[in-house]
Design a protein around this ligand. Structure first.
Ligand code: ADP
Ligand code: MG
Length: 143
C-alpha cells in the first residue's frame, strides 16, 4: 500500500444539513487523515473550472449552480490508498446505487446533490488538490 493524498469536498447539500462532523467522522474512521481543510463558497468560475471535464454533459450547468448554492468544505485527505479508500467510503455517484453504510447511501439526496466529492485517480487528485491548496497549507502529521 502507498500513502496518497486526495481532494474531498463536502458539498452544499451536506453542509446545509449540518453533516460536516458526521462526514469527517466517517473519513477519519476509515483511516484517512484531514491534512488541509477550508470552508468556502465557490465562485461560478471556480465551479465551472473544477468540473470542466463534465462541460459537455447535460447536467453541467445544473451541477455548477448546485455547487455555488451554498458553502462547501474542501479538504485534503491522506492515508494508505487514500484515493480509492475515500471513493469506497463515499459510495456510488447515485445514492440509489451506493452500498449501505456509505456516505452517499446515508446522506445524499440525489445523483446531483450527493453530499461529497472525491478525486478519482492520482492525476486528478494532484490537479484538484493544487486547485484549492498551496503546498504550505497541507500539514501532514509528520511535518
Ligand atoms: P463522482 O462525483 O462520483 O466522481 P462524476 O464525476 O461522474 O461522479 O460526476 C460529478 C458530479 O456531477 C456528481 O458527483 C454529481 O454531483 C453530478 N452528476 C453526475 N452524474 C449526474 C447526473 N446524471 N445527473 C445530475 N448530476 C450528475
Ligand atoms: Mg468524478
Amino acid at each position: 500500500m502507498s500513502v496518497e493524498r486526495t481532494l474531498s469536498i463536502i458539498k452544499p447539500d451536506a453542509v446545509a444539513k449540518n453533516l460536516i462532523g458526521k462526514i469527517y467522522d466517517r473519513l477519519e474512521t476509515a483511516g484517512l487523515q484531514i491534512v488541509a481543510s477550508r470552508m468556502m463558497r465557490l465562485t461560478r468560475q471556480q465551479a465551472q473550472e473544477f468540473y470542466v471535464v463534465h462541460k459537455e454533459r447535460p447536467f453541467y450547468s445544473d451541477l455548477v449552480e448546485y455547487m455555488i448554492s451554498g458553502p462547501v468544505v474542501v479538504q485534503v485527505l491522506e492515508g494508505d490508498n487514500a484515493i480509492a479508500r475515500n471513493r469506497e467510503v463515499m459510495g456510488a455517484t447515485n445514492p440509489a446505487d451506493a452500498a449501505p453504510g456509505t456516505i452517499r447511501a446515508d446522506f445524499a439526496e440525489s445523483v446531483e446533490s450527493n453530499a461529497v466529492h472525491g478525486s478519482d485517480a492520482p492525476e486528478t487528485a494532484y490537479t484538484e488538490i493544487s486547485f484549492f491548496f498551496d503546498v504550505g497549507e497541507i500539514l501532514s502529521r509528520d511535518s
